[in-house]
Design a protein around this ligand. Structure first.
Ligand code: IMP
Length: 451
């Protein structure tokens, strides 16, 4: 056998991934870690994500650009697994430039797929049709899941276009006007024929206008378009450190989440391979981010959901309103069955527990440790929307968390019941909490060494 001259390149990879239904505070964790890495990389999702970060008292809401852009002098890479709405991306770039953020390090994969107006239109139309169809079943049974409650950012239809292939457009195509016109004309032909059949009042898509706008975006974005797979491997060869930033979250993962109430991409760390071309054996540190309670936006089961004043209090104190859509988030107790599942799916070895400061004021905080389904009891998560909708949570009560957490600056500053809460989580899910969030500021993110 010929002797291999392949030596593993010296660079390293860290992943940050959401362990619940999104909005766990990943942006803040990425912001904390970005200084110690050379590039931040997005691998999935699109403008449905909303990462909010507070730096120097200023709040930034990012949707497509990796949160690491806020760290000076670093690369921010949008990988091939992301679906990019080019107009939204340009808007976001300009918004940051107006606030004097250096965006020169932003690079976009030539193989990321493009989200166009017709994807957003289709997203909204599908949601409206699903809502209208709900309850019209003639079989007497529930006619289907109804709306998914999407962000209407065209994410599902853009991923469907990618999988359908012939009419899809990639970011690298945008710099070639002939390809843009040809592909969009083809897509509009197919879509007009299909959509006219669905809705009589439908106004046909105009491919000329859509193509002109896409070509204009291509001109603006062209200096940033690269083969990011080679770029990332070149960086690893140079010994650089990459930070992968998961968008959306594990329980919204199209394969591992609460299907069909999920997004359309692989949000778990398993999405890094297909979404960037960096293989799984390069990951050396996987940090899962979870809130100290649960939230969810849109439809789908959430076993620990609260409908009372306790939930309302958590929503108000946690400012639980969507970064992307402004929708009030559904709020519930921390679901440890779900969390342990997400830790398992992602191979998480460290947890960042965020928003612990929202729990003081709750008289009797509880965590879910099992589900009851009829007479049976299980401590295993059920990644199926319909089945999970019928479980009853089994709770374990914990002591009231003390006020004043926002003033803590180290783990040792945390009072007794706050520590007991963290230790209970660690024991149940089998991973150490190394980061605790007690407020929006950088100084309110408490960090400790991994054991
Ligand atoms: P889509 O990703 O717009 O197709 O929406 C599918 C589901 O995922 C909906 O319930 C959305 O509310 C949810 N979702 C998508 N992205 C996020 C996110 O970043 N945070 C929270 N929920 C999300």
């Amino acid at each position: 056998m010929p002797e291999s001259n392949e030596i593993r390149s010296p660079g390293s990879c860290t992943a940050v991934v959401g362990l619940q239904w999104g909005d766990e505070g990943k942006g803040k964790v990425v912001d904390l870690l970005a200084e110690g890495h050379d590039a931040t990389v997005r691998y999935n999702g699109g403008a449905n994500a909303g990462h909010s970060v507070v730096v120097g008292g200023e709040r930034y809401a990012l949707h497509l650009i990796p949160s690491g852009i806020l760290a000076k002098g670093k690369l921010a890479v949008v990988g091939n697994g992301v679906v990019v709405d080019p107009e939204k991306l340009i808007e976001e770039i300009e918004g940051l430039e107006r606030r004097n953020v250096d965006v020169s390090g932003l690079v976009i994969s030539n193989r990321a797929h493009v989200v166009l107006d017709y994807h957003k239109l289709e997203d909204a139309l599908r949601e409206d049709l699903l809502a209208a169809a709900k309850g019209k079943s003639t079989s007497g049974r529930d006619s289907g899941p109804g709306q998914i409650g999407t962000t209407r950012r065209g994410i599902g239809p853009a991923y469907a276009e990618k999988v359908n292939r012939a009419t899809a457009l990639r970011i690298g195509d945008l710099v070639n006007p002939d390809v843009v016109r040809e592909r969009i004309t083809l897509a509009c032909g197919v879509k007009n024929a299909m959509l006219q059949g669905i809705s009589g009042s439908y106004t046909p898509l105009n491919p000329i206008d859509i193509a002109d706008r896409a070509i204009e975006c291509g001109k603006r974005l062209s200096p940033r378009i690269r083969d990011t797979t080679y770029l990332l491997h070149d960086l690893l060869s140079e010994g650089k450190r990459l930070l992968f930033e998961g968008a959306n979250a594990t329980l919204l993962d199209v394969d591992h989440g609460t299907f069909p109430y999920v997004t359309s991409s692989s949000c778990a760390v398993s999405g890094i391979g297909p979404g960037t071309g960096v293989p799984p054996n390069r990951l050396s540190r996987i940090i899962g981010v979870a809130k100290a309670y649960s939230t969810r936006v849109g439809a789908g089961p959430m076993p620990t959901e609260l409908f009372d004043a306790v939930g309302e209090g958590i929503r108000t104190r946690g400012r639980e309103f969507g970064t992307t859509t402004g929708r009030p988030r559904r709020v519930g107790w921390l679901d440890l069955v779900a969390l342990r599942y997400s830790v398992m799916i992602n191979g998480v070895d460290e947890i960042a527990l965020t928003l612990l400061d929202v729990l003081p004021g709750v008289e009797r905080p509880r965590v879910c440790t099992a589900y009851r389904i009829g007479d049976a009891k299980t401590d295993r998560f059920i990644p199926d929307g319909a089945t999970l909708a019928n479980v009853e949570p089994v709770y374990h009560d914990l002591g009231p968390i003390e006020h004043g957490l926002a003033a803590c600056r180290t783990f040792d500053d945390l009072p007794q019941n706050a520590r007991a809460y963290i230790e209970f989580v660690e024991r149940f899910v089998g991973a150490q909490v190394t980061i605790v969030g007690v407020g929006p500021g950088r100084e309110q993110t408490l960090v400790r060494e991994r054991r």
